[in-house]
Design a protein around this ligand. Structure first.
Ligand SMILES: [Zn+2]
Length: 230
């Protein structure tokens, strides 16, 4: 027979061995644990007259004990599931959203530039920005070359008087005349692969909706037709 893999009593049936049941009685117990209907369960187990055999099977002491044990297993599993779910919601409720996003105050480009001039990250950044500007402003090749070589001064072309070494990870300069030490605010999402605990659940929450969780929860509960008092 097909058994419900989520049902701890029917997923593995070794626990039934000690009850000394016939093969058909075992099948009846398993069917009854999935759906507590004596007639249907007897028919599923292969009894020809389910309507009369079903109730009779429920009177059998061995069958009754087996059902009792199976239900206890299901109940225990449901309690563990419920506990796990409750713990998960508690973790979400107490999670720190700051773990998901980080706001940092980085220096502005003038904070640490020489003479508080615009500071470039690297020479490459300066060179490429300058080349783009020259290319945009001039169409004549000779002029472009002269601009790149620096033989013609043009205020529209960026210079590197502020020097290099700008880094977002530095602190703003409190003496900066441009930003007064406030710097610029940079937000970034945490590396979600490294999230743990509640923050990870918060992030996963974007993928698993509350509705899905509730649906999952209800299915588990109806399986054992139990009342859980929380
Ligand atoms: Zn600044």
């Amino acid at each position: 027979m097909s058994s419900n893999p989520d049902n701890p009593a029917t997923a593995n049936t070794d626990w039934l061995d000690k009850h000394g049941l016939s093969d058909r009685q075992r099948l009846f117990v398993l069917a009854y644990l999935d759906t507590p209907n004596a007639t249907q369960s007897a028919e599923k187990a292969g009894y020809r007259h389910g309507k009369t055999q079903g109730p009779r099977l429920l009177d059998n002491v061995g069958v009754r004990n087996a059902i009792k044990e199976g239900r206890a297993m299901i109940e225990q599993k449901l309690m563990l599931d419920a506990e796990g779910i409750a713990r998960m919601w508690a973790d979400i409720a107490t999670a720190d959203p700051n773990e998901l996003t980080q706001h940092i105050h980085a220096p502005c480009r003038f904070c640490w530039g020489q003479g508080h001039e615009y500071q470039w990250k690297t020479e490459r950044e300066f060179r490429e920005t300058k080349a783009r500007k020259v290319f945009d402003l001039f169409s004549d090749d000779d002029l472009r070359e002269a601009e790149m070589a620096g033989t013609i001064e043009d205020p529209r072309i960026p210079d590197d008087a502020g020097g290099y070494g700008y880094r977002l990870t530095d602190d703003p300069n409190p003496d900066c005349p441009e930003c007064s030490g406030l710097g610029i605010e940079v937000s970034r999402m945490s590396d979600t692969r490294k999230l743990k605990g509640g923050a990870k659940l918060l992030f996963d929450g974007g993928k698993i909706s509350r509705l899905q969780m509730v649906a999952h929860f209800s299915v588990r509960f109806s399986e054992g037709s139990l009342t859980i008092h929380s």
